[in-house]
Design a protein around this ligand. Structure first.
Ligand code: SF4
Length: 381
């Protein structure tokens, strides 16, 4: 498909409308798309090499039968426990997370928040009055992250109203927009000058708007995508990237190195590389923690300083846990962020477990071996 002909991508949530799939694939994958929502658009599909069944871009958005295996939880990081108002999470003192939308440009099969896309979920609200009041009453909140779903699926008019309300709160210094539209549909940016005007108006010299982009693979960095990033930067937004490490998508050092390198050349600082959360349906996408560390370290060896700013982290229910390194038969973690600030920087050391996919796998074995309560086992930092 020719990219130049897709300046207004068409969206679909029907496998039947995906021309690259065979009839048999459509039929086989239908139960997966019924269990976990499916959505794509023709721009993003045009990036897929349909002759390759293992194509990494295909893997990002096309269902996999293994998603049907019993695995994980819908809310693997227990976001529910940190929800303080409808649509508002407050886990880390200075940062609030506002869920403004429950639709994305396409649905990543490995999404950690796929519960939002299921029928009957009502975590997201259009009326953010309570959420804004909560942020006003909490002067320690200087960062607000807009997420969902994807805030850039909303009209610029709707998004502007939210951003204006947050800008009117003096202690909110940074507003972050978490979005994969830069990859899924860069024409959202290219075709809407009012979005860029809004960013210019509200991204101020000392109160910036950050666009938290979500590129998983270097093939997503197309000409329109790079142009979109340039326009966001020109409008005054700071651009960074966060991506999960996904089996069959980017679980190779050369892919991560190319992704981070090219992002950095384009003024997008790699911020986080996340281990895939053990969310329902995510088993086929998870990379074991220690394998992930090997990939990350090997990628870092190939990169210059600005391209290797990212930390390898898990968004665990107890905090944001950085995978620091391995020593002999031990693995070292550190709390990069924690709900209780005294835990920030706390180091944890566990016996190596090459099969572990998540912090709980290490905690469980320590609990058994050391007969500790199921709390975090720590050693001195
Ligand atoms: S862009 Fe983010 S919220 Fe949307 S489907 Fe992908 S991972 Fe989930």
């Amino acid at each position: 498909m020719d990219l130049v002909n897709i300046s207004r991508p068409r969206y679909t949530n029907k496998l039947d409308q995906v021309q690259g799939l065979s009839d048999r694939e459509r039929q086989e994958l239908q139960p997966v798309a019924e269990k976990f929502a499916f959505r794509t658009n023709d721009y993003y599909q045009s990036l897929i090499d349909w002759s390759d069944p293992d194509d990494p871009i295909r893997r990002i958005v096309m269902p996999d039968l293994q998603e049907l295996d019993e695995f994980g939880e819908m809310d693997a990081s227990d976001e529910h426990s940190y929800t303080v108002r409808k649509g508002l999470e407050h886990k880390y003192g200075d940062t609030a997370l506002l869920l403004v939308n429950n639709v994305c440009g396409a649905y990543c099969r490995f999404c950690f928040r796929k519960r939002l896309f299921t029928d009957g979920n009502d975590e997201v609200t259009n009326d953010i009055t309570d959420a804004v009041a909560y942020i006003e009453q909490h002067p320690e909140i200087n960062n607000v992250l807009l997420s969902g779903g994807d805030p850039l699926i909303m009209s610029t008019g709707k998004l502007s109203k939210i951003i204006k309300q947050l800008r009117d709160i003096q202690h909110v210094r940074i507003i972050r927009i978490g979005t994969k539209m830069t990859a899924f549909d860069p024409y959202r940016i290219l075709n809407d000058p009012s979005l860029l005007e809004m960013l210019s108006e509200y991204s101020l010299p000392d109160r910036k708007i950050f666009v938290m982009a979500h590129f998983n693979h270097p093939r997503e960095l197309t000409e329109p995508a790079l142009k979109g990033l340039q326009l966001l930067q020109k409008a005054g937004a700071i651009t960074v990237n966060q991506s999960p490490l996904i089996r069959g998508v980017n679980d190779k050092p050369e892919i991560i190195a190319e992704l981070f390198g090219r992002l950095s050349f384009n003024g997008v600082v790699p911020y986080y590389l996340f281990l895939c959360r053990p969310t329902s349906g995510n088993e086929p996408y998870m990379v074991p923690v220690e394998k992930g560390l090997e990939i990350f370290e090997e990628a870092r060896r190939r990169l210059a300083g600005l391209a290797k700013q990212a930390r390898l982290c898990m968004s665990h229910r107890t905090g944001k846990v950085e995978v620091v390194g391995r020593m002999n038969n031990k693995i070292v973690f550190r709390y990069h962020r924690a709900p209780n600030p005294v835990d920030c920087g706390r180091v944890m050391v566990f016996d190596s477990n090459p099969a572990a996919g998540w912090l709980d796998d290490y905690m469980r074995s320590e609990t058994v071996n050391l007969k500790l309560s199921p709390q975090v086992h720590t050693v001195s930092a």
